[in-house]
Design a binder for this molecule. Structure first.
Ligand code: IPE
Ligand code: IPE
Ligand code: MG
Length: 244
């Protein structure tokens, strides 16, 4: 169900001041668990539980793109036991949620290099991508083994190959087309939970003019209400893009 203008107003939101592209660094699962005397794995599970409401709200508010940082290219540095937990949660998530996502016309795009993941993870995410490829609703990018430097390097190499084959010198549009986010608008709102004031190698090109929303709330506590608060804060920002 899509919200009409009156329904959006009840959330304190207006259609014309919604971001087109929201990106989130879903951080703080471990600290959430620690604060409750639980294992880190319980934090990751609780973090996964937050996705449904967020995706739903984005879809219903007709935000065009939602990009979620699920696993960075630096996260391989974690202990094998934690990696195994993250991988099994990924498979479980895509298996359990895919029907509902598809029914809501969500289109899933994996950004990052999935070749390093175990076969069952690769299969689950590729199936989700293929099954939803024709959907015209919310574009949901899931960043897996994603690093912005690697993405830019990959794009640069691609452009070099095109140039070597006789193509023109690339411009900004050509570089954008060589990124994972080709065809999507730039990030308007970048959310980071758990209070860290850093970008951690996420979407360096795409966030050039993004508004940052940093909250001390840990990801498993980032409810729909917290998301709405972030969208309201975004609406109150004065964006100038270098102008006056
Ligand atoms: C985010 O939570 C999830 C991933 C990076 C996979 P963390 O696991 O980084 O949680 P903290 O930062 O240790 O609290
Ligand atoms: C960023 O969180 C990556 C994801 C949320 C997937 P990290 O917890 O890995 O980031 P750092 O290590 O604190 O910068
Ligand atoms: Mg972290």
């Amino acid at each position: 169900m899509k919200y009409n203008d009156t329904q959006l107003r009840e959330f304190g939101l207006a259609r014309e001041s919604l971001p087109r592209h929201v990106a989130a660094i879903m951080d703080g699962n471990g600290r959430w668990a620690k604060a409750r005397g639980l294992l880190r794995s319980a934090g990751h599970r609780a973090g996964t539980e937050r996705l449904r409401d967020l995706i739903r709200f984005s879809s219903d508010a007709e935000i065009e793109v939602l990009t979620l940082y699920a696993f960075s290219s630096e996260n391989w540095a974690r202990p094998q036991a934690e990696l195994s937990v993250l991988f099994s949660l990924l498979v479980e998530y895509f298996t359990k949620e895919i029907d509902e996502l598809h029914a809501e016309h969500v289109r899933i795009r994996i950004i990052g290099d999935v070749s390093r993941f175990p076969a069952n993870v690769r299969r689950a995410v590729t199936d989700a991508e293929n099954r939803t490829a024709e959907n015209a609703g919310l574009q949901l990018n899931i960043a897996l083994n994603y690093g912005a430097r690697a993405e830019l390097l990959r794009a640069a190499r691609h452009l070099c190959e095109e140039y070597a084959a006789g193509g023109p010198l690339p411009d900004e549009a050509a570089l954008e087309d060589a990124l994972y986010t080709a065809g999507q608008p730039p990030v308007d709102l970048l959310i980071r939970t758990s209070g860290e004031l850093r970008v951690s190698n996420f979407l360096l090109w795409q966030i050039a003019y993004a508004e940052f929303y940093i909250t001390s709330v840990y990801w498993p506590d980032f409810t729909r209400e917290e998301y709405i608060a972030a969208l309201r804060a975004f609406a109150a920002r004065g964006r100038r893009f270098g102008g006056l």
